[in-house]
Design a protein around this ligand. Structure first.
Ligand code: FE2
Ligand code: FE2
Length: 179
């Protein structure tokens, strides 16, 4: 197979040596790094807000003896924490700094922190937040396309998990109706 579209290996090695200080970001990185870091910091804020909301819901549901729903909320909180960690790690790989500041956290986040009164309210608010996360991850994936495949793949995996979460919540909501 001829590698007409591939950059020859000598050129690749030379370029890699030229920008050693930039770590994982090579001249072959075609995305706008500042924009990607900014988008990832918004996603990080979203995940942190989701961790906080799910943990609150976990303890509140436990308080009203809804054990099944409470443990689902805890599982989601742990998944969102995992997403936050993946995103923060990728931000540093790109030479950026993950923003964990509580100041303005809810403004940077796409999803909201809503406490919810009843169990049904909590599940509904979580479902809304998941749907917002799903839409924003889809948009980011489209934006990245083949400019930053590593970040894109990470976001695709997170997106799949958020879709699973939305599905879990829709089932919980349906279960409540049939009680
Ligand atoms: Fe998440
Ligand atoms: Fe989620």
């Amino acid at each position: 197979m001829s590698g007409a579209f591939l950059t020859d290996i000598k050129t690749l090695r030379k370029r890699a040596r030229e920008h050693i200080a930039q770590g994982a970001v090579t001249p072959g990185y075609h995305a706008d790094r500042d924009t990607v870091v900014k988008l990832l910091n918004e996603a990080l804020a979203t995940e942190i807000i989701c961790v906080l909301r799910y943990r609150r819901h976990h303890f509140m549901a436990k308080g009203i003896h809804a054990e099944g729903v409470a443990s689902e909320f805890l599982q989601h909180a742990q998944d969102e924490q995992g997403h936050a960690d993946l995103i923060a790690a990728r931000i540093t790989q790109l030479g950026g700094a993950p923003d964990f500041s509580p100041d303005g956290l809810s403004t940077r986040s796409h999803a909201e922190y809503v406490e919810g009164e009843s169990l049904e309210d909590m599940i509904k608010e979580d479902l809304i937040a998941e749907r917002i996360a799903i839409d924003s991850y889809k948009e980011m994936i489209l934006y990245l396309s083949d400019k930053d495949p590593t970040t894109r793949r990470m976001l695709e995996e997170i997106l799949a998990k958020e879709e699973e979460h939305a599905d879990d919540l829709a089932n919980l909501l349906e279960g409540l109706g049939h009680r």
